[in-house]
Design a protein around this ligand. Sequence first.
Ligand SMILES: Cc1ncc(COP(=O)(O)O)c(C=O)c1O
Ligand SMILES: *[C@@H]1O[C@H](CO)[C@@H](O)[C@H](O)[C@H]1NC(C)=O
Ligand SMILES: *[C@@H]1O[C@H](CO)[C@@H](O)[C@H](O)[C@H]1NC(C)=O
Ligand SMILES: *[C@@H]1O[C@H](CO)[C@@H](O)[C@H](O)[C@H]1NC(C)=O
Length: 459
Amino acid sequence: MKKYCYGICLVISVTINILLSIYIYAGGQKNQEISHRLSLTWTEKAAAEAEAVAAISCSGHGRAFLEGLIYDGQPVCECYDCYGGPDCSELSPECAADADSGDPIFLEPFWMQTAADSSVLIPGWHRMSYRYDDYTLMSRELEYYIRKLHSIVGNAITQGRYMVFGVGSSQLLTAALYALSSENSSSPSNVLATIPYYPMYKGQTVLFNSENFEFGGDTNSWQSINSTNSIDVVEFVTSPNNPDGELKKSVLGRKTIYDHAYFWPHFTPIPGPSDQDLMIFTLSKLTGHAGARFGWAIIKDKDVYEKLLNYIMVADLGISKDTQLRVLKLLKVAIEEDGKPLFEYSYNTMRDRWDRLTSIFSKSTRFSIQKRHPFHCNFFNETRLPSPAYAWVKCEREEDQDCSAVLEAGKIKGRGGSSFSAKKRYTRLSLIKSQDDFEMLMLRLTELVSLENGNIETM
Ligand SMILES: Cc1ncc(COP(=O)(O)O)c(C=O)c1O
Ligand SMILES: *[C@@H]1O[C@H](CO)[C@@H](O)[C@H](O)[C@H]1NC(C)=O
Ligand SMILES: *[C@@H]1O[C@H](CO)[C@@H](O)[C@H](O)[C@H]1NC(C)=O
Ligand SMILES: *[C@@H]1O[C@H](CO)[C@@H](O)[C@H](O)[C@H]1NC(C)=O
């Protein structure tokens, strides 16, 4: 009888132990990621479709997409610049290097390497509502991950700050102007920036044609005004700056909008967290997903926050829920291992590109690029040189007044200085496009500089 009882007790004890172990194991897994207990049913077709289109190689010089053109039932390869043919294998020899746009394709290989973690599947009934269940237009989980990312990178203070999402940072630039500008139409705010500046600030201000603000030009011509003056100003501070990569500070010290699009370890050492009243960030230059159209503003003042939120509400009823789902998935990969895989990949790519670029320009007296100075990066805990998204090229010869035209003659497309309200003697070259684009730029620049050294003065 006693033996029998021991037997039962043992069986019960073992069973409880097994059940507890399963419970603990399953619970632990759940913290890592949503567990995959079901076998796949309705996702199989979508997954197969996504993998089939991704498997089209386009010779490594293009990409096929599900919503691209379809020919003969097959998605068509969209070739990168200078490549053509049905499989993008034909390089056109006379092709010009296009370094004009700031399309951040340099990060594409990283996202292909992390495909298993960064891909997302969107069901037909995904979040059809305008709102989330807390009656907001913003995913709280996504906001949590953005704050976590800033604390890992150490580039912005977010504790006790408000956050607003926008359709890219572009939408937030106008929303911020609306929130900060004067409500007194008889003395509209003057919108200012420091030359050379990103042309969108002027473009948006002019397009808005608002009674409350107008474009006032360069900050340097406004330096004589001071706080006793009744003129209201809103200053755009782009830090690091587009086009020259400088870590700018406010010139006037009045109302500011800090555009931190490029304030990430790929482009600049991070000296410390930014703690400005209104800071704007964008996914475009962080992960390279410009096409997803996602940005965020970090705001100190509650009234300013409410005005920005109101702008987003009235202008667009919030931003895409599909985009928010996708951004969440991308940021989860971005913060893996405290950001090391993403930022090491992005920084190394930019550093290699700058090494090759500086080596070419060091052989030239006709062209120069901006000087870079090393400083300490808190994120990498090391002193490093900046590796800006753009080269800001100056044509040094007296007669080369139109630098864009000089480069164009050498088969290089850049963006002329006048686009940034600067002298035509300057041109911006983008360094964040695909590797193919960058290789073509290196080739054309090498040719151009070697002409100079061969003393051929025909260009
Ligand atoms: C300084 C700066 N701010 C804002 C943007 C806009 O970015 P997005 O609207 O994609 O967030 C850009 C894009 O090139 C930029 O260079
Ligand atoms: C609007 O600006 C004008 C001119 O600067 C000033 O005289 C007036 O008092 C202002 N009105 C308000 C409501 O601030
Ligand atoms: C501020 O501006 C006023 C009026 O333009 C001028 O009288 C004053 O000297 C200025 N103060 C400073 C510190 O520049
Ligand atoms: C940063 O680097 C210094 C010197 O290399 C080292 O002493 C220090 O512990 C590092 N700090 C962190 C937070 O890793």
